[in-house]
Design a binder for this molecule. Structure first.
Ligand code: SF4
Length: 119
């Protein structure tokens, strides 16, 4: 019997088709890129307990959304957190915050999340 070998892209395409046939919604993450900074379950924990969202704007005040205490509890600034979760640009919320003049515009922000170009 001949072995069927599918590339990763072909496997994903097959899974997408099966999911659609089964009635599931499928959202291609490449069609709507989403930075981890825009996700509610993603945090950057700095060495002294500072909690942030973005891994680029480390020295920007809008990026510091709270504190992780030694007992494991967190204090979160809900107003700042919402800015990241509901940013217009989900691919790079930092860009939206810079447009709102809440963050320094960072050249190349979001570029690090793009897939490397095929060679
Ligand atoms: S620079 Fe933009 S894409 Fe990169 S981590 Fe920060 S918010 Fe996300």
């Amino acid at each position: 019997m001949k072995e069927l070998k599918l590339t990763k892209e072909e496997q994903l395409k097959e899974l997408e088709e099966l999911a659609k046939l089964a009635g599931f919604m499928y959202d291609d993450p490449h069609a709507h890129p989403l930075c981890y900074a825009a996700q509610a379950d993603s945090y950057v924990i700095r060495a002294k307990g500072k909690i942030q969202k973005c891994t680029v704007a480390l020295n920007n005040d809008i990026n510091t959304i709270g504190t992780l205490h030694k007992d494991g509890t967190m204090d979160l600034d809900q107003t700042k957190l919402k800015k990241w979760l509901f940013a217009e640009d989900k691919a790079c919320p930092l860009q939206s915050l810079a447009m709102e003049k809440l963050a320094v515009p960072y050249e190349g922000a979001g570029e690090h999340l793009k897939e490397p170009a095929a060679v």
